[in-house]
Design a protein around this ligand. Structure first.
Ligand code: ADP
Ligand code: MG
Length: 300
């Protein structure tokens, strides 16, 4: 049985000019323990794919099946890490993780077991020294660590990450990528991660799913990254295979799926354009789920 399967996924967003088809015919099968990256130009539909898997959006056609069960709503077996951490600002790192742990393990773990589990997950992301700090007292990298700990603490079958390191400086990002590889090697989680960073995609992934430009975006090509693990970024920098994979992704993005210059729209885009240009002009790094939804999902 396939672990996670997207079959014929399409989605229409309602606009005042009629439905806007953001995704069409998205098919993808993912094995347990696989690390899959989604890459594609801004606005192509990566976050939409992730939000459908998370159960935050409903596909118009097709659907998602996780371990034989159709995804219809958010659930703790599919934990999400957003780019902007979405921690509750009035709670400490410990309490943010605790909130998720209580939701999931209320009936199966004792108070003492929950405490141990919360501390364990914060330790995995090297946050033991700052358990009782609030989000405004820690750095961006540390907030992302807490967000990852919170997601891992739910013991999800699938970890969904939407540009988790996109807002961080290069050095912090490298540290977090290494921790993530480490954690995934230990826990063997299934991970779907959206990224804009070609090096990040090649370094972390078993497969890179490259999406075509929207509207009606779909899976363009899939690249298998056959580099043995554990992977070392310094050794890989001079590796011929690494550079070949990198080149493949760059060529897909900048030759095959070249983005038209700003302001130029194709006929297909014109036809499908959402009513408000602001919808198209979304920031590279923005997610389409509101903070309220994120908080609700985080607490779910
Ligand atoms: N809730 C929504 N309502 C209307 N249009 C949306 C909504 N969410 C996403 N879109 C549109 O769908 C397309 C894909 O968006 P998104 O998945 O956020 O892209 P990416 O994450 O690849 O940058 C964009 O054209 C975006 O404007
Ligand atoms: Mg996005």
């Amino acid at each position: 049985m396939t672990h996670l399967e997207l079959t014929g996924v399409a989605i229409d967003f309602p606009t005042s000019r009629g439905p806007f088809r953001a995704l069409n015919g998205v098919n993808l099968k993912i094995d347990q323990g696989e690390f899959v990256s989604l890459i594609g130009h801004s606005g192509c539909g990566k976050s939409t794919v992730l939000n459908i898997v998370a159960g935050l959006y409903q596909a118009t056609e097709g659907g998602v099946v996780l371990e034989g069960k159709e995804v219809r709503e958010p659930g703790p077996e599919r934990a999400v890490v957003f780019q902007n951490h979405s921690l509750l600002p009035w709670l400490s790192a410990y309490e943010n993780v605790e909130l998720a742990v209580k939701q999931v393990f209320r009936n199966s773990k004792s108070k003492a077991e929950m405490k141990e589990w919360i501390e364990h997950n914060l330790e995995l992301v090297h946050m033991s020294h700052a358990l009782h700090k609030r989000p405004d007292e820690i750095s961006g990298g540390m907030k992302q660590r807490v967000g990852i700990a919170r997601a891992l603490a739910m013991q999800p079958k699938v970890l969904l990450m939407d540009e988790p390191f996109g807002a961080l400086d290069a050095l912090t990002r490298a540290h977090l990528q290494d921790s993530l590889m480490d954690i995934q090697a230990r826990l063997n989680n299934t991970v779907i991660m959206i990224t804009h960073d070609v090096d990040e995609a090649v370094l972390l992934s078993d497969r890179i799913v490259m999406m075509t430009n929207g509207p009606a975006a779909t899976v363009g090509e899939i690249l298998n990254i056959e580099l043995e693990r554990p992977r070392n970024r310094i050794e890989l920098a001079d590796d011929v295979r690494y550079n070949h994979y990198r080149h493949e992704v760059l060529s897909f993005l900048y030759e095959k799926q070249r983005k038209p210059p700003e302001g130029v729209t194709t006929a297909a885009q014109e036809k499908n354009k959402p009513a408000k240009t602001t919808e198209l002009a979304q920031d590279l790094h923005s997610n389409t789920v509101s903070d309220g939804e994120k908080a609700a999902h985080a607490a779910a």
